[in-house]
Design a binder for this molecule. Sequence first.
Ligand SMILES: [Zn+2]
Length: 218
Amino acid sequence: MKTESCYRKDIVEVGKRLYARGLLEGGGGNLSIRISENEVLITPSGMCKGFLEPDQLVKIDLEGKVITALKEYAKPARDYRMHLALYQRRADIKAIVHSHPPVATGFAIAEYPLDEIAAPEVMFTFNQIAVTEYALPTTEEVPVVINKALDKYPAANAIILAKHGAITVGSEIWDAYYKMETLEAYLKSLVVAKVMGGFKPLNAEQIKKIEELMGVKH
Ligand SMILES: [Zn+2]
């Protein structure tokens, strides 16, 4: 069982890696971990996640109320509502990465549909990639469009937010982080495939075999 101090260090480390890999920029993006039933550790608003210190993270409850802010100036990420909506909806989600990776955000800006599955990796890693409608960032509209997208793909572990960016979720923060890396890599490959003449999505039979291998119904 990890201590809160370990969770704080994990978020700082993941922030550094996302920044170093160009998966988030400036003050953009936010990371969180559900550290207990009613406690979420989240990155502070506006600060660059590439240079955080563990004591700059803010602990909030599932209603968004601040429990602990060790630094007076640290306010919870303004996007906190989307984190809480995901934790409230799915008990399997223990950590969330939200960022604006250039390729995934390009897909978000284009509102490109991702219903068709181009490679088994999508199912192995994400089950499915959900795409939301547009919502004004940081507002109550965001949980609404996320919940609507998840009504279509309830087990999706990656969500593209229209005209905004991407979310990946996981059983712990490193899991969510690796999913963000994989999402950006997959969408880059999809662009390459499009440039090379397009792709043929997996057919029903191929999807069925992957489901059998995974032991889950897609
Ligand atoms: Zn954002």
